[in-house]
Design a protein around this ligand. Structure first.
Ligand code: CO
Length: 218
């Protein structure tokens, strides 16, 4: 007997529903993908990329990991970015964090959690970078909220500093990098206004965005 039968049933129902609206949907999609967006988000089951931005299969290339991080030595994430930029020619890279992120909150907690602590170390580094500001926020939830936002801004910066994105801009490829954050409590995305479209914008926009975030918290 096949296990997880209900998931196969869900799958058949879903595929039939799509075919009823468009009999050629899967045939056309199987020939090629042309997504305009690369989504870098959290693995959290409550933040599914396609659903929350209302896109169909084929419309968004997705990479997810705990706490939506872009680490310069992470070949997995870098390979996704390179393929998306160099071959799929996506026009937008969206780093989307979310409030109440377990990864971010885990990094604020000193209790050991095993292997994942090595991954969350990167968020602890961000905390340390903004320690004086974050430590002024006495309410833990507010501090977590701020760190979730700062994490997105830092990851946008990391995306922009990759050789992949720098090279794309150098050769004149149209590519914008965005920083968004999703609210689990209302299902809405907030734009953190840290969009970068070319290398020359980077340092200035990055600095202004971080300052704005810090001013709101003080
Ligand atoms: Co998360």
């Amino acid at each position: 007997m096949r296990v997880l039968n209900h998931l196969f049933e869900n799958n058949r129902t879903w595929a039939q529903g799509i075919l009823q609206k468009d009999p050629d949907f899967f045939k056309v999609l199987s020939d090629q993908q042309k997504p305009e967006y690369l989504w870098i988000g959290c693995s959290d089951s409550r933040v599914p990329a396609n659903q929350i931005i209302g896109l169909q299969p084929g419309e968004v290339f997705v990479h997810r990991n705990i706490a939506n991080m872009v680490i310069h030595t992470d070949m997995n994430c870098l390979s996704v970015i390179q393929y998306a930029v160099d071959f799929l020619k996506v026009k937008h890279i969206i780093v989307c964090g979310h409030y109440g992120c377990g990864g971010v909150e885990g990094a604020m907690d000193s209790r050991p959690q095993g292997l994942v602590d090595n991954w969350l170390r990167h968020i602890r580094d961000i905390y340390q970078k903004y320690e004086s500001t974050l430590d002024r926020i006495t309410d833990r939830k507010c501090r977590s909220t701020k760190l979730c936002e700062l994490n997105v801004i830092e990851q946008v910066s990391n995306v922009c500093h990759t050789t992949i994105v720098q090279e794309a801009w150098r050769r004149g490829q149209e590519l914008a990098v965005h920083g968004w954050i999703y609210g689990l409590e209302n299902g809405l995305i907030r734009d953190l206004h840290v969009c970068v479209r070319e290398a020359t914008e980077l340092s200035e926009i990055y600095r202004i965005a971080v300052d704005e975030e810090l001013q709101q918290s003080s």
